[in-house]
Design a protein around this ligand. Structure first.
Ligand SMILES: [Zn+2]
Length: 299
């Protein structure tokens, strides 16, 4: 019996069997962006994908194809990039905020139309986007029978790297490097660390990265898997309590209406739609100036 939980690699009979056992869908999100010279650029989505696969193997459900396109380049993401990446070619797969969340809405529509009882969206990319994800799911929940939950992966590991909640979330530091090392060892190469004390931004490498430990990463993955399994169980329990007698899939036209009438008016209040003060906008000669300001009418 194959132990496959990745949607795109499963045969229809396997998908039906997995769905019958546990009608939960896992959506891993992230993007390609600089994560230091020691990590593959897809760290965020690779990490979320790996955690979702481990959670589905242990607790059930189906892992949908990961989304490697996520918010960046606008607002505080742009100033962060200027400060931590600088002008190096970033190999980034960024989407505008409004586009990203509309795609999420359509992804949920697809899951709901298939009949899933619960959807868990796990973002491996940080910054304020996960707050907006929770807000979006709150706005959309009344429109779907399926129960929705979204979180950044570090919410599922409050003990963090040191087990005492000190290193919980970072960017390409000890936390992210250890997690990727545990999940995708071929995507971490510590021989690529810059020389100790060498000045520079080092492609947004975290200061703590050299402390990374693959086995601690494995423990953190196990913590996340346990948390997610519990969460999936709760969502299925809630669904069972409120399950409608009959379910009808939403059409694309209905999603467009919900987007225009329900989500749209709330979009300007999303954290990722905030502009930075004029004096913080990157200088003329910075590549991060291009999209820093949210275009008129979008926010
Ligand atoms: Zn990251």
């Amino acid at each position: 019996m194959r132990d496959e939980v990745r949607w795109e690699r499963m045969f229809p009979d396997e998908l039906e069997a997995a769905f019958a056992k546990c009608p939960v869908v896992w959506l891993p999100q992230g993007l390609c962006e600089p994560h230091g010279p020691q990590n593959a650029v897809g760290l965020d989505a690779l990490k979320a994908w790996g955690v979702c696969v481990a959670a589905a193997k242990q607790h059930g459900g189906i892992v949908c194809p990961p989304d490697f396109w996520h918010v960046h380049e606008t607002g505080a993401y742009a100033t962060w990039a200027r400060d931590n990446i600088g002008e190096a070619r970033p190999w980034m797969t960024a989407m505008p905020v409004w586009m990203h969340f509309k795609i999420v809405t359509y992804q949920l529509r697809a899951f709901d139309a298939l009949g899933f009882h619960a959807a868990v969206i796990l973002t491996g990319h940080y910054g304020p986007n996960w707050l907006d994800l929770k807000k979006l799911l709150g706005i959309l929940q009344p429109h779907f029978a399926m129960r929705l939950y979204g979180l950044p992966d570090y919410e599922a590991c409050p003990k963090g790297f040191d087990g005492q909640g000190k290193h919980v979330a970072d960017h390409a530091g000890v936390v992210e490097t250890s997690l990727l090392w545990a999940l995708r060892p071929e995507c971490v190469d510590v021989s690529r660390f810059p020389a100790e004390g060498e000045p520079g931004k080092h492609f947004a490498m975290g200061k703590s990265a050299r402390m990374a430990d693959r086995r601690v990463g494995e423990r953190m993955v196990a913590d996340e898997v346990e948390y997610l399994g519990r969460k999936a169980g709760e969502l299925l329990g809630e669904y069972a309590k409120h399950a409608p007698a009959e379910r009808k899939p939403l059409s694309f036209a209905e999603i467009e209406r919900i987007w225009a009438e329900v989500v749209g008016p709330q979009l300007p209040k999303f954290k990722c739609m905030e502009n930075v003060p004029a004096e913080q906008v990157p200088a003329e000669d910075s590549r991060w100036r291009l999209n820093c300001r949210i275009p008129e009418g979008m926010g």
